[in-house]
Design a protein around this ligand. Structure first.
Ligand code: AHR
Length: 489
Protein backbone atom coordinates (compact mmCIF):
# COMPACT_ATOMS: atom_id res chain seq x y z
CA UNK A 1 0.00 0.00 0.00
CA UNK A 2 1.35 3.42 -1.01
CA UNK A 3 0.02 6.84 -0.07
CA UNK A 4 0.79 9.80 -2.32
CA UNK A 5 0.05 13.15 -0.66
CA UNK A 6 -0.28 16.16 -2.91
CA UNK A 7 -0.77 19.74 -1.95
CA UNK A 8 -1.87 22.27 -4.54
CA UNK A 9 -0.46 25.03 -2.35
CA UNK A 10 3.04 23.61 -2.83
CA UNK A 11 4.03 24.24 -6.46
CA UNK A 12 7.58 23.26 -7.31
CA UNK A 13 7.78 25.05 -10.66
CA UNK A 14 6.17 25.80 -13.98
CA UNK A 15 6.40 22.80 -16.26
CA UNK A 16 7.86 23.95 -19.57
CA UNK A 17 6.22 21.91 -22.31
CA UNK A 18 9.61 21.80 -23.99
CA UNK A 19 10.45 18.83 -21.76
CA UNK A 20 8.25 16.89 -24.18
CA UNK A 21 10.67 17.47 -27.03
CA UNK A 22 12.35 15.11 -29.47
CA UNK A 23 15.58 14.74 -31.39
CA UNK A 24 16.15 13.47 -34.93
CA UNK A 25 19.55 12.93 -36.50
CA UNK A 26 20.82 12.01 -39.94
CA UNK A 27 21.64 8.55 -38.71
CA UNK A 28 20.61 5.17 -40.12
CA UNK A 29 16.90 5.30 -41.02
CA UNK A 30 15.87 8.13 -38.74
CA UNK A 31 15.42 10.76 -41.46
CA UNK A 32 15.71 8.88 -44.76
CA UNK A 33 13.31 5.93 -44.77
CA UNK A 34 11.97 7.14 -41.43
CA UNK A 35 10.21 10.46 -41.25
CA UNK A 36 11.19 11.33 -44.84
CA UNK A 37 10.73 8.96 -47.76
CA UNK A 38 10.39 10.49 -51.18
CA UNK A 39 8.21 8.43 -53.51
CA UNK A 40 6.62 6.38 -50.75
CA UNK A 41 2.84 5.99 -51.08
CA UNK A 42 2.75 6.87 -47.38
CA UNK A 43 4.48 10.21 -47.93
CA UNK A 44 3.03 13.53 -49.05
CA UNK A 45 4.42 15.54 -51.96
CA UNK A 46 7.18 16.85 -49.69
CA UNK A 47 8.33 13.33 -48.83
CA UNK A 48 6.99 13.50 -45.25
CA UNK A 49 5.72 10.09 -44.17
CA UNK A 50 2.20 10.81 -42.99
CA UNK A 51 1.96 7.75 -40.78
CA UNK A 52 5.09 8.83 -38.90
CA UNK A 53 3.91 12.43 -38.72
CA UNK A 54 0.60 11.33 -37.20
CA UNK A 55 2.33 9.26 -34.53
CA UNK A 56 4.68 12.15 -33.72
CA UNK A 57 1.77 14.62 -33.63
CA UNK A 58 -0.01 12.41 -31.14
CA UNK A 59 3.00 12.83 -28.85
CA UNK A 60 2.42 16.61 -28.96
CA UNK A 61 6.15 17.16 -29.45
CA UNK A 62 6.96 20.69 -28.39
CA UNK A 63 10.41 21.03 -29.91
CA UNK A 64 12.50 19.00 -32.35
CA UNK A 65 16.31 19.06 -32.17
CA UNK A 66 18.19 18.47 -35.46
CA UNK A 67 20.41 17.56 -37.39
CA UNK A 68 22.63 15.79 -34.81
CA UNK A 69 24.12 14.48 -32.66
CA UNK A 70 27.50 13.33 -33.82
CA UNK A 71 26.38 13.85 -37.42
CA UNK A 72 26.35 17.61 -37.08
CA UNK A 73 30.07 17.90 -36.41
CA UNK A 74 30.72 17.16 -40.07
CA UNK A 75 27.56 18.73 -41.54
CA UNK A 76 27.69 21.72 -43.83
CA UNK A 77 24.23 23.18 -43.96
CA UNK A 78 24.77 24.97 -47.26
CA UNK A 79 24.89 21.52 -48.93
CA UNK A 80 21.25 21.04 -47.92
CA UNK A 81 19.50 24.01 -49.52
CA UNK A 82 18.32 24.82 -53.04
CA UNK A 83 17.16 22.44 -55.78
CA UNK A 84 17.44 18.91 -54.41
CA UNK A 85 18.97 17.36 -57.49
CA UNK A 86 21.80 19.88 -57.40
CA UNK A 87 22.74 19.25 -53.79
CA UNK A 88 26.08 17.48 -53.26
CA UNK A 89 26.29 13.95 -51.90
CA UNK A 90 28.89 13.81 -49.12
CA UNK A 91 30.65 11.24 -46.99
CA UNK A 92 29.29 11.28 -43.47
CA UNK A 93 31.98 10.75 -40.85
CA UNK A 94 30.15 10.14 -37.57
CA UNK A 95 28.30 7.01 -38.61
CA UNK A 96 30.16 6.10 -41.79
CA UNK A 97 27.22 6.87 -44.05
CA UNK A 98 26.57 8.88 -47.19
CA UNK A 99 24.57 12.07 -46.94
CA UNK A 100 22.33 12.92 -49.90
CA UNK A 101 21.40 16.31 -48.44
CA UNK A 102 17.86 15.94 -49.80
CA UNK A 103 16.51 16.75 -46.35
CA UNK A 104 18.02 20.07 -45.31
CA UNK A 105 17.17 23.21 -43.41
CA UNK A 106 14.02 24.18 -45.34
CA UNK A 107 12.65 20.64 -45.20
CA UNK A 108 13.39 20.51 -41.47
CA UNK A 109 11.61 23.79 -40.83
CA UNK A 110 8.63 22.68 -42.91
CA UNK A 111 8.59 19.46 -40.92
CA UNK A 112 8.60 21.33 -37.61
CA UNK A 113 5.70 23.47 -38.85
CA UNK A 114 3.77 20.39 -39.96
CA UNK A 115 4.39 18.86 -36.54
CA UNK A 116 3.64 22.00 -34.57
CA UNK A 117 7.06 21.77 -32.91
CA UNK A 118 9.61 24.50 -32.31
CA UNK A 119 12.93 24.09 -34.16
CA UNK A 120 16.20 23.64 -32.26
CA UNK A 121 19.30 23.51 -34.46
CA UNK A 122 22.63 22.20 -33.23
CA UNK A 123 25.59 23.96 -34.85
CA UNK A 124 28.63 22.29 -36.36
CA UNK A 125 31.50 23.16 -34.04
CA UNK A 126 33.55 20.24 -35.35
CA UNK A 127 34.50 20.84 -38.98
CA UNK A 128 32.31 23.94 -39.26
CA UNK A 129 33.37 27.56 -39.05
CA UNK A 130 31.89 30.51 -37.22
CA UNK A 131 31.28 32.14 -40.60
CA UNK A 132 29.15 29.17 -41.67
CA UNK A 133 27.25 29.30 -38.40
CA UNK A 134 26.53 33.01 -38.78
CA UNK A 135 25.35 32.41 -42.33
CA UNK A 136 23.02 29.66 -41.05
CA UNK A 137 21.51 32.00 -38.45
CA UNK A 138 21.17 34.72 -41.10
CA UNK A 139 19.56 32.26 -43.54
CA UNK A 140 17.04 31.17 -40.94
CA UNK A 141 16.28 34.34 -39.03
CA UNK A 142 17.12 37.51 -40.90
CA UNK A 143 14.42 39.73 -42.38
CA UNK A 144 16.98 42.06 -43.97
CA UNK A 145 17.87 42.15 -47.68
CA UNK A 146 21.18 40.35 -47.19
CA UNK A 147 22.79 37.51 -49.10
CA UNK A 148 21.76 34.48 -47.05
CA UNK A 149 18.32 35.83 -46.17
CA UNK A 150 17.80 36.42 -49.91
CA UNK A 151 18.88 32.82 -50.59
CA UNK A 152 16.14 31.69 -48.24
CA UNK A 153 13.63 33.84 -50.10
CA UNK A 154 14.84 32.41 -53.41
CA UNK A 155 14.27 28.95 -51.95
CA UNK A 156 10.63 29.79 -51.38
CA UNK A 157 10.63 31.09 -47.82
CA UNK A 158 9.83 34.78 -47.77
CA UNK A 159 9.36 34.90 -44.02
CA UNK A 160 12.22 34.09 -41.64
CA UNK A 161 12.19 30.62 -40.14
CA UNK A 162 12.43 32.21 -36.67
CA UNK A 163 14.66 29.59 -35.07
CA UNK A 164 15.12 30.54 -31.43
CA UNK A 165 17.24 27.67 -30.15
CA UNK A 166 20.83 27.08 -31.28
CA UNK A 167 23.17 24.49 -29.79
CA UNK A 168 26.85 25.37 -29.55
CA UNK A 169 28.11 22.02 -30.81
CA UNK A 170 27.46 18.43 -29.85
CA UNK A 171 29.48 16.31 -27.38
CA UNK A 172 32.61 18.27 -28.26
CA UNK A 173 34.41 16.63 -25.33
CA UNK A 174 34.37 13.16 -26.93
CA UNK A 175 37.07 11.53 -29.05
CA UNK A 176 34.27 10.17 -31.26
CA UNK A 177 33.35 13.71 -32.25
CA UNK A 178 34.81 15.29 -35.38
CA UNK A 179 36.79 18.24 -34.07
CA UNK A 180 36.77 17.30 -30.37
CA UNK A 181 38.31 19.90 -28.06
CA UNK A 182 39.42 20.30 -24.47
CA UNK A 183 37.04 22.20 -22.17
CA UNK A 184 39.25 25.27 -22.24
CA UNK A 185 39.46 25.25 -26.03
CA UNK A 186 35.71 24.81 -26.23
CA UNK A 187 34.96 27.68 -23.86
CA UNK A 188 37.25 29.99 -25.84
CA UNK A 189 35.72 28.98 -29.18
CA UNK A 190 32.11 28.92 -27.97
CA UNK A 191 32.57 32.37 -26.43
CA UNK A 192 33.55 33.77 -29.83
CA UNK A 193 30.60 31.99 -31.46
CA UNK A 194 28.07 33.04 -28.84
CA UNK A 195 29.02 36.70 -28.96
CA UNK A 196 28.90 36.80 -32.76
CA UNK A 197 25.63 34.87 -33.01
CA UNK A 198 23.99 37.29 -30.61
CA UNK A 199 25.26 40.14 -32.79
CA UNK A 200 23.53 38.79 -35.87
CA UNK A 201 20.45 37.69 -33.90
CA UNK A 202 20.12 39.16 -30.40
CA UNK A 203 17.08 36.97 -29.83
CA UNK A 204 18.97 33.72 -30.43
CA UNK A 205 18.79 31.44 -27.40
CA UNK A 206 21.99 29.49 -27.00
CA UNK A 207 22.78 26.11 -25.50
CA UNK A 208 26.22 25.23 -24.18
CA UNK A 209 27.51 21.73 -24.77
CA UNK A 210 27.59 19.91 -21.46
CA UNK A 211 28.40 16.32 -20.65
CA UNK A 212 26.75 14.32 -17.84
CA UNK A 213 26.03 17.31 -15.62
CA UNK A 214 28.59 16.57 -12.90
CA UNK A 215 31.89 16.27 -14.77
CA UNK A 216 34.88 18.55 -14.86
CA UNK A 217 33.87 19.44 -18.43
CA UNK A 218 30.45 20.61 -17.18
CA UNK A 219 31.97 22.72 -14.43
CA UNK A 220 34.45 24.46 -16.74
CA UNK A 221 31.87 25.05 -19.44
CA UNK A 222 29.31 26.38 -16.97
CA UNK A 223 31.85 28.76 -15.46
CA UNK A 224 33.02 29.87 -18.89
CA UNK A 225 29.71 30.27 -20.70
CA UNK A 226 27.08 31.01 -18.04
CA UNK A 227 26.84 34.65 -19.05
CA UNK A 228 26.33 33.81 -22.72
CA UNK A 229 23.84 30.95 -22.87
CA UNK A 230 20.24 30.35 -21.89
CA UNK A 231 20.61 26.60 -21.33
CA UNK A 232 23.37 24.12 -20.51
CA UNK A 233 22.88 20.69 -22.07
CA UNK A 234 23.22 17.25 -20.52
CA UNK A 235 23.10 13.88 -22.29
CA UNK A 236 22.20 10.65 -20.54
CA UNK A 237 21.62 7.19 -21.94
CA UNK A 238 21.02 4.26 -19.62
CA UNK A 239 19.91 0.65 -19.91
CA UNK A 240 20.53 -2.95 -19.00
CA UNK A 241 19.03 -6.39 -19.50
CA UNK A 242 18.98 -6.59 -15.70
CA UNK A 243 15.57 -5.29 -14.70
CA UNK A 244 16.41 -3.20 -11.63
CA UNK A 245 19.47 -1.69 -13.22
CA UNK A 246 17.38 -0.73 -16.20
CA UNK A 247 14.51 0.87 -14.33
CA UNK A 248 16.54 2.61 -11.61
CA UNK A 249 19.49 4.07 -13.51
CA UNK A 250 17.48 7.04 -14.85
CA UNK A 251 17.68 8.38 -11.28
CA UNK A 252 21.26 9.33 -12.13
CA UNK A 253 19.60 12.28 -13.87
CA UNK A 254 18.56 13.59 -10.46
CA UNK A 255 22.16 13.76 -9.32
CA UNK A 256 23.14 15.42 -12.60
CA UNK A 257 20.43 18.06 -12.25
CA UNK A 258 21.35 18.82 -8.64
CA UNK A 259 25.03 19.00 -9.45
CA UNK A 260 24.66 21.15 -12.58
CA UNK A 261 22.11 23.41 -10.87
CA UNK A 262 24.57 24.07 -8.06
CA UNK A 263 27.31 24.93 -10.55
CA UNK A 264 24.97 27.19 -12.50
CA UNK A 265 23.93 29.06 -9.35
CA UNK A 266 27.52 29.39 -8.27
CA UNK A 267 28.48 30.83 -11.66
CA UNK A 268 25.50 33.19 -11.63
CA UNK A 269 26.44 34.40 -8.18
CA UNK A 270 30.14 34.83 -8.98
CA UNK A 271 29.39 36.61 -12.25
CA UNK A 272 26.50 38.67 -10.91
CA UNK A 273 24.05 37.29 -13.45
CA UNK A 274 20.39 38.16 -13.01
CA UNK A 275 19.46 34.51 -13.59
CA UNK A 276 21.52 31.35 -13.94
CA UNK A 277 21.08 29.47 -17.23
CA UNK A 278 18.81 26.47 -16.90
CA UNK A 279 19.24 22.89 -18.15
CA UNK A 280 18.26 20.95 -21.23
CA UNK A 281 18.45 17.16 -21.48
CA UNK A 282 18.85 17.39 -25.24
CA UNK A 283 19.58 13.68 -25.57
CA UNK A 284 18.16 11.08 -23.22
CA UNK A 285 16.81 7.57 -23.56
CA UNK A 286 17.33 3.91 -22.84
CA UNK A 287 20.08 2.71 -25.17
CA UNK A 288 22.39 -0.24 -24.60
CA UNK A 289 21.68 -2.96 -27.14
CA UNK A 290 22.72 -1.61 -30.54
CA UNK A 291 25.56 0.79 -29.98
CA UNK A 292 26.84 0.89 -33.57
CA UNK A 293 25.39 0.86 -37.08
CA UNK A 294 21.86 2.15 -37.52
CA UNK A 295 21.12 1.89 -33.76
CA UNK A 296 17.80 0.11 -34.34
CA UNK A 297 17.15 -0.64 -30.69
CA UNK A 298 14.28 -3.04 -30.05
CA UNK A 299 12.62 -2.03 -26.82
CA UNK A 300 11.11 -4.27 -24.17
CA UNK A 301 8.36 -3.16 -21.85
CA UNK A 302 10.67 -2.52 -18.90
CA UNK A 303 12.40 0.12 -21.01
CA UNK A 304 9.08 1.98 -20.97
CA UNK A 305 9.23 2.05 -17.17
CA UNK A 306 12.69 3.64 -17.39
CA UNK A 307 11.42 6.22 -19.89
CA UNK A 308 8.46 6.97 -17.62
CA UNK A 309 10.89 7.50 -14.74
CA UNK A 310 13.01 9.91 -16.80
CA UNK A 311 9.89 11.94 -17.59
CA UNK A 312 8.86 11.99 -13.94
CA UNK A 313 12.31 13.28 -13.04
CA UNK A 314 12.04 16.09 -15.60
CA UNK A 315 8.63 17.07 -14.21
CA UNK A 316 9.83 17.02 -10.60
CA UNK A 317 12.86 19.09 -11.57
CA UNK A 318 11.05 21.48 -13.89
CA UNK A 319 12.44 24.50 -12.06
CA UNK A 320 15.76 23.57 -13.68
CA UNK A 321 14.99 21.37 -16.66
CA UNK A 322 13.42 23.64 -19.26
CA UNK A 323 13.72 21.35 -22.25
CA UNK A 324 14.33 17.66 -22.90
CA UNK A 325 14.63 15.84 -26.22
CA UNK A 326 13.97 12.14 -26.46
CA UNK A 327 16.79 10.69 -28.53
CA UNK A 328 15.71 9.75 -30.98
CA UNK A 329 12.25 9.62 -32.53
CA UNK A 330 12.23 7.33 -35.60
CA UNK A 331 14.03 3.99 -36.18
CA UNK A 332 17.33 4.95 -34.48
CA UNK A 333 16.88 4.31 -30.71
CA UNK A 334 13.31 5.37 -31.24
CA UNK A 335 9.71 4.89 -30.13
CA UNK A 336 8.62 4.70 -33.78
CA UNK A 337 9.74 2.01 -36.23
CA UNK A 338 9.00 2.08 -39.95
CA UNK A 339 8.87 -0.41 -42.77
CA UNK A 340 8.07 0.65 -46.33
CA UNK A 341 4.47 -0.36 -45.58
CA UNK A 342 3.83 0.85 -42.04
CA UNK A 343 4.93 2.69 -38.93
CA UNK A 344 4.47 1.05 -35.54
CA UNK A 345 5.32 2.08 -32.03
CA UNK A 346 7.55 0.46 -29.43
CA UNK A 347 6.66 0.31 -25.71
CA UNK A 348 8.64 3.48 -24.87
CA UNK A 349 6.17 5.47 -26.98
CA UNK A 350 3.41 5.19 -24.40
CA UNK A 351 4.78 6.84 -21.27
CA UNK A 352 5.75 9.80 -23.45
CA UNK A 353 2.29 9.89 -25.04
CA UNK A 354 0.50 9.81 -21.70
CA UNK A 355 2.79 12.23 -19.86
CA UNK A 356 2.77 14.71 -22.73
CA UNK A 357 -1.01 14.64 -23.10
CA UNK A 358 -1.87 14.54 -19.40
CA UNK A 359 0.56 16.66 -17.45
CA UNK A 360 -0.52 20.18 -16.56
CA UNK A 361 1.27 23.54 -16.38
CA UNK A 362 2.41 23.53 -12.74
CA UNK A 363 4.42 20.79 -11.04
CA UNK A 364 3.42 20.16 -7.45
CA UNK A 365 5.11 18.38 -4.63
CA UNK A 366 4.10 14.73 -4.24
CA UNK A 367 5.08 12.95 -1.05
CA UNK A 368 5.26 9.21 -1.53
CA UNK A 369 4.88 7.01 1.53
CA UNK A 370 5.38 3.38 0.52
CA UNK A 371 7.91 0.63 -0.04
CA UNK A 372 11.37 1.55 -1.26
CA UNK A 373 14.24 -0.26 -2.93
CA UNK A 374 18.00 0.16 -2.75
CA UNK A 375 20.08 0.27 -5.92
CA UNK A 376 21.34 -3.28 -6.57
CA UNK A 377 25.01 -3.82 -5.78
CA UNK A 378 25.64 -4.93 -9.38
CA UNK A 379 24.49 -1.56 -10.59
CA UNK A 380 26.61 0.44 -8.19
CA UNK A 381 29.67 -1.66 -9.03
CA UNK A 382 29.16 -1.34 -12.76
CA UNK A 383 28.36 2.36 -12.86
CA UNK A 384 29.60 3.78 -9.58
CA UNK A 385 29.31 7.33 -10.80
CA UNK A 386 25.67 6.84 -11.73
CA UNK A 387 23.79 5.72 -8.62
CA UNK A 388 26.45 5.47 -5.92
CA UNK A 389 25.11 7.30 -2.89
CA UNK A 390 21.61 7.68 -4.30
CA UNK A 391 18.48 5.94 -3.07
CA UNK A 392 16.63 4.23 -1.62
CA UNK A 393 14.09 4.75 -4.38
CA UNK A 394 10.31 4.63 -4.10
CA UNK A 395 8.99 1.43 -5.64
CA UNK A 396 6.28 3.63 -7.11
CA UNK A 397 7.88 6.69 -8.70
CA UNK A 398 5.51 9.66 -8.92
CA UNK A 399 5.33 13.10 -10.54
CA UNK A 400 2.34 15.40 -10.08
CA UNK A 401 1.05 18.53 -11.81
CA UNK A 402 -2.00 20.75 -11.67
CA UNK A 403 -3.48 23.37 -13.96
CA UNK A 404 -3.05 27.08 -13.31
CA UNK A 405 -6.60 27.33 -11.93
CA UNK A 406 -5.78 24.51 -9.47
CA UNK A 407 -8.88 22.65 -10.61
CA UNK A 408 -7.28 19.57 -12.09
CA UNK A 409 -4.43 17.29 -11.12
CA UNK A 410 -2.44 14.75 -13.11
CA UNK A 411 -0.15 12.11 -11.63
CA UNK A 412 2.21 9.84 -13.54
CA UNK A 413 3.09 6.76 -11.54
CA UNK A 414 5.65 4.12 -12.43
CA UNK A 415 5.07 0.89 -10.53
CA UNK A 416 8.40 -0.85 -10.65
CA UNK A 417 7.26 -3.65 -8.37
CA UNK A 418 6.44 -7.11 -9.70
CA UNK A 419 3.27 -6.92 -7.61
CA UNK A 420 0.14 -4.86 -8.06
CA UNK A 421 0.21 -1.81 -5.84
CA UNK A 422 -2.73 -0.12 -4.16
CA UNK A 423 -2.16 3.65 -4.17
CA UNK A 424 -4.20 6.20 -2.27
CA UNK A 425 -3.77 9.67 -3.74
CA UNK A 426 -4.63 12.14 -0.98
CA UNK A 427 -5.21 15.87 -1.34
CA UNK A 428 -3.84 17.86 1.58
CA UNK A 429 -6.37 20.56 0.87
CA UNK A 430 -9.73 20.33 -0.94
CA UNK A 431 -11.56 17.26 -2.19
CA UNK A 432 -11.81 15.40 -5.44
CA UNK A 433 -14.83 16.46 -7.47
CA UNK A 434 -15.29 13.15 -9.29
CA UNK A 435 -13.75 9.77 -9.91
CA UNK A 436 -10.37 9.92 -11.58
CA UNK A 437 -9.68 8.81 -15.12
CA UNK A 438 -6.84 6.37 -15.38
CA UNK A 439 -4.76 5.33 -18.36
CA UNK A 440 -2.50 2.39 -17.78
CA UNK A 441 0.34 0.93 -19.85
CA UNK A 442 1.40 -2.66 -19.37
CA UNK A 443 3.40 -5.07 -21.46
CA UNK A 444 3.45 -8.81 -21.82
CA UNK A 445 6.08 -9.22 -24.49
CA UNK A 446 3.52 -9.78 -27.26
CA UNK A 447 4.70 -8.82 -30.76
CA UNK A 448 3.61 -5.71 -32.65
CA UNK A 449 2.85 -6.05 -36.35
CA UNK A 450 6.49 -5.56 -37.35
CA UNK A 451 8.71 -8.58 -36.62
CA UNK A 452 10.93 -8.05 -33.60
CA UNK A 453 8.91 -5.14 -32.29
CA UNK A 454 7.22 -5.73 -28.96
CA UNK A 455 3.81 -4.25 -28.25
CA UNK A 456 2.48 -2.65 -25.10
CA UNK A 457 -1.14 -2.29 -24.08
CA UNK A 458 -2.92 0.86 -22.98
CA UNK A 459 -6.14 0.46 -21.02
CA UNK A 460 -8.45 3.22 -19.87
CA UNK A 461 -10.65 3.21 -16.82
CA UNK A 462 -11.55 5.12 -13.71
CA UNK A 463 -10.59 5.09 -10.07
CA UNK A 464 -13.11 5.86 -7.30
CA UNK A 465 -12.89 8.97 -5.19
CA UNK A 466 -14.12 9.64 -1.69
CA UNK A 467 -13.63 13.14 -0.31
CA UNK A 468 -9.91 13.90 -0.53
CA UNK A 469 -8.82 10.43 -1.64
CA UNK A 470 -8.67 8.58 -4.94
CA UNK A 471 -7.78 4.91 -4.70
CA UNK A 472 -6.11 3.39 -7.71
CA UNK A 473 -4.58 -0.01 -8.26
CA UNK A 474 -1.41 -0.07 -10.31
CA UNK A 475 -0.85 -3.38 -12.11
CA UNK A 476 2.53 -5.06 -11.63
CA UNK A 477 5.25 -3.26 -13.58
CA UNK A 478 3.07 -0.60 -15.10
CA UNK A 479 2.98 3.08 -16.04
CA UNK A 480 -0.20 4.88 -15.01
CA UNK A 481 -1.43 8.38 -15.70
CA UNK A 482 -4.22 9.49 -13.40
CA UNK A 483 -6.22 12.69 -13.98
CA UNK A 484 -8.82 14.10 -11.62
CA UNK A 485 -10.90 17.20 -11.02
CA UNK A 486 -10.52 18.97 -7.72
CA UNK A 487 -13.40 20.67 -5.92
CA UNK A 488 -13.58 23.03 -2.94
CA UNK A 489 -12.50 22.24 0.59
O1 AHR B 1 21.78 9.69 -30.33
C1 AHR B 1 22.87 8.94 -30.77
C2 AHR B 1 24.19 9.63 -30.47
O2 AHR B 1 24.41 9.64 -29.09
C3 AHR B 1 24.30 11.08 -30.86
O3 AHR B 1 24.64 11.25 -32.19
C4 AHR B 1 25.38 11.58 -29.96
O4 AHR B 1 25.24 12.94 -29.65
C5 AHR B 1 25.29 10.69 -28.75
O5 AHR B 1 26.51 10.16 -28.41
Amino acid sequence: MTTVSIDLRRPIGELDRRVFGGFVEHLGRCIYGGLYEEGSPLADERGFRQDVLTLLRDLRLSVLRWPGGNFVSNYHWQDGIGPKDERPVRPELAWGGTESNRFGTDEYIDYCRALGAEPYICLNMGSGTLEEALAWVEYCNSDRPTYWADQRRRNGHEEPHAVSWWGLGNEIYGAWQVGAMSADEYVAEATRWARAIKMIDPKARLVSCGELGWTDWDMRVIDGLASLVELHSIHLYTGSEEYWTNVLTPHAAERAIASAATALQRAAYAQRLAQPPRLVYDEWNVWFRNMTGALEERYAFHDALAVGTYLNIFVRNCAWVKMANLAQMVNAIAPIVTTPEAAVVQPIYYPFLLASSGHQAVAIDAYVDGATIEAPAELVTRWPHRLDGLGPFDLVDVAATCDVARSKVALSMVNRSEHAEQVDVVLRQGVFAADATVRCVTGDGSPASVPGVEAAQVSEGSAPHKDATVSVTLPPRSYVLMEARVGGA
